[in-house]
Design a protein around this ligand. Structure first.
Ligand SMILES: [Fe+2]
Length: 269
């Protein structure tokens, strides 16, 4: 529900009061204030405002607040900076990358269902994007070609889907700019726990933006943007059977990960 202008004015007044209170509690000086403003100016010039919100755990907190009270349906997560709205609708066998893509081959499969009834949602489409095995998104490595590690996968009439990819790397967020300097100052690392980004769309349901994480990852508890939710962590199982690899049309050995998704009824906004 949209807020009124008066409500926004009140929020801004409260923000100012909060900042004055903060400055008072810490006895901040003019020099420190100017230094802080300089830092924020630098963050803006480097186009790192979202990154700053992310590493301050504000983005995931706002995501939580936005979806507060949801008791059913797959948990949401932040979209991050690498989503491209023109992901192509893939053809079977659904692959986010070529058969030969370097990395550990991964088959993700699951079912999209109605969060209340548990019935399959036949018309759902998954919109997927992820980093490579060496930690890069398409935008960071345009020489690797278009539609690199991204694409849309439809479900079958029983709500089931399966796609082939590689296990994404845990990557470091950009750390050459002011936000990286801040992390270093705070003694924090810049790694995200490895993840696959997923949006799910289906007529008559709220669209879902989320990420899945993998249980064996060393950064799960210290993800630099604090975005790991236990419900979104899936198990990776290794398969070494050549026949199974042929069946799944991937290299052997490969990994599988289960990923069931449930959606809440609503509008597709
Ligand atoms: Fe990401």
């Amino acid at each position: 529900m949209a807020r009124t202008t008066e409500e926004y004015q009140e929020i801004i007044r409260d923000l100012v009061d909060t900042l004055v209170d903060f400055a008072t509690r810490h006895d901040l000086t003019t020099d420190e204030y100017i230094q802080a403003l300089g830092f924020l100016t630098e963050v803006g010039r480097a186009d790192e405002m979202i990154l700053l919100g992310d590493v301050m755990y504000l983005s995931i907190a706002i995501d939580e607040l936005t979806h507060r009270g949801r008791t059913r349906g797959t948990a949401t997560n932040v979209e991050g900076p690498f989503y491209l709205p023109d992901n192509p609708l893939l053809e079977p066998p659904y692959r986010l990358c070529s058969f030969d893509e370097p990395g550990r081959p991964l088959v993700v499969s699951g079912r999209v269902t109605d969060a209340e009834s548990g019935e399959p949602i036949a018309g759902a489409v998954l919109d997927l994007w992820q980093a490579s095995a060496d930690g890069f998104y398409e935008q960071q490595k345009p020489e690797r070609g278009p539609n690199y590690l991204r694409g849309k996968v439809p479900v079958d009439p029983d709500g089931r889907f399966m796609f082939r990819t590689i296990v994404p790397a845990s990557y470091e967020i950009p750390k050459e700019g002011p936000v990286g300097r801040l992390l270093e100052y705070l003694g924090r690392h810049a790694f995200r726990a490895n993840h696959v980004h997923i949006k799910v769309f289906a007529e008559g349901y709220e669209s879902l933006t989320t990420q899945i994480f993998f249980a064996d990852n060393e950064w799960l508890r210290s993800d630099v943007v604090g975005a790991v939710k236990d419900d979104l962590v899936v198990e990776l199982a290794e398969e070494t059977d050549e026949v199974r690899a042929k069946e799944f049309e991937v290299r052997s050995p490969f990994f599988t990960a289960p990923c069931d998704i449930s959606l809440r009824k609503g509008s597709l906004a």
